[in-house]
Design a protein around this ligand. Structure first.
Ligand SMILES: Nc1ncnc2c1ncn2[C@@H]1O[C@H](COP(=O)(O)OP(=O)(O)OP(=O)(O)O)[C@@H](O)[C@H]1O
Ligand SMILES: [Mg+2]
Length: 326
């Protein structure tokens, strides 16, 4: 049984109208941020979620951790549908699942010494008393390389570099020994020179605790380095999913091909054709009929405008939703 199973998950955000609409309780439409997504993640496995801005990656991550309520669908974590959990059960779940955001400031309290911020969740979750939690925080600071710890424990987030702040965030999440982590563009705001070491740090904890991870990134070449499997999202849907090497070496969806073609480090010979996508990112308030990628797709034909493609398996464990898969 996979640790996480997501079944036909949807999140539609109502579009805010004007004052009159609001007074009359009228909804102007919906942003279909996540529109029927299904996948699994095994214990110890990393799934990279890839796709351009606005395709629904962060929303998917938040739904999986119950930081957002889904419009419909199921999130089954360790055999339990967590979309209906409440109270103490939900609290216990929170300890097992952690999210690391792009902006470390968003994870941290600007007024609290960073050491105490690592200790606090341990106390809040009833795992330790403050004294013991402070010792644990001390050890965690050491483990994430913020040494000598005496110099770091009492600093405020503002007095750290971006990379150091993200190390604090990682220490805070990992102190709880979660089974499942969503890392959302965790290194994209960090200085390029620091990125590799922070990704390595994340992966070290992942190995140690045999964590499952969803690694969100818009950069398919970063996904390739960290993930066992890759899921490519487009406008609220997964259009291709499979083993990392399957997706990179044998991309079946024209959109995946185009993403790969844009990466200079991926050898061109691996791509059967060099596709370029046309036009702008589509608008999730106005999802095209049929295949939602068709207005930008160089391979689109009549059927693509009319019929939404279903997921089909092109090789073992490698799925694509495209009428003209490559
Ligand atoms: N709370 C909200 N209310 C209304 N619309 C939202 C909300 N959160 C997200 N959206 C919209 O849902 C869509 C998906 O957003 P999401 O943040 O999940 O995308 P993303 O793939 O993470 O993008 P990025 O790469 O820019 O982080 C976007 O159109 C976004 O504007
Ligand atoms: Mg995002």
């Amino acid at each position: 049984m996979p640790l996480l199973e997501v079944v036909d998950l949807k999140k539609y955000f109502p579009v805010e109208g004007g004052v009159i609409d609001r007074l009359l309780g009228r909804v102007k439409g919906y942003v279909k941020a996540v529109d029927g997504v299904s996948f699994t993640v095994d214990r110890g496995e990393t799934l990279a979620l890839i796709g351009e801005s606005g395709c629904g990656k962060t929303t998917t991550g938040k739904l999986v951790l119950r930081l957002l309520e889904p419009t419909s669908g199921k999130v089954i974590f360790d055999g339990v549908d967590i979309t209906r959990l409440k109270g103490e059960d939900l609290r216990r779940l929170r300890r097992r699942m952690q999210m690391i955001f792009q902006d470390p400031f968003a994870n941290l309290d600007p007024r609290m010494p960073v050491g105490d911020q690592i200790a606090e969740p341990l106390v809040e979750h009833g795992i330790m008393e403050w004294e013991e939690a402070r010792e644990e925080a001390y050890k965690m600071l050491e483990r994430v390389g913020l040494t000598p710890v005496e110099d770091f424990y009492d600093r405020l987030p503002l007095n750290l570099s971006g990379g150091q702040r993200q190390r604090v965030v990682i220490a805070r999440a990992m102190a709880l020994k979660p089974d499942f982590v969503v890392a959302d563009e965790a290194v994209s705001m960090i200085d390029v020179s620091m990125r590799a070491s922070i990704v390595k740090l994340l992966l070290r904890f992942k190995e140690e605790f045999n964590q499952a991870m969803i690694f969100i990134t818009h950069d398919i070449s970063v996904g390739r380095l960290v993930a066992d499997r890759i899921a490519v999202m487009y406008l609220g849907k997964i259009v291709e999913i499979g083993g990392t090497e399957q997706v990179i070496n044998n991309p079946a969806h024209p959109y995946t091909q185009a993403l790969l073609a844009a990466v200079p480090t991926i050898e061109e010979k691996k791509l059967k054709m060099k596709l370029e996508i046309k036009g702008e990112v589509a608008d999730p308030k106005n999802v095209p009929p049929g295949c939602r990628f068709h207005p930008r797709c160089p391979l689109a034909t009549d059927i693509c405008m009319k019929k939404e493609p279903e997921m089909i398996e092109v090789e073992n464990g490698h799925f694509v939703a495209c009428h003209h898969h490559i």
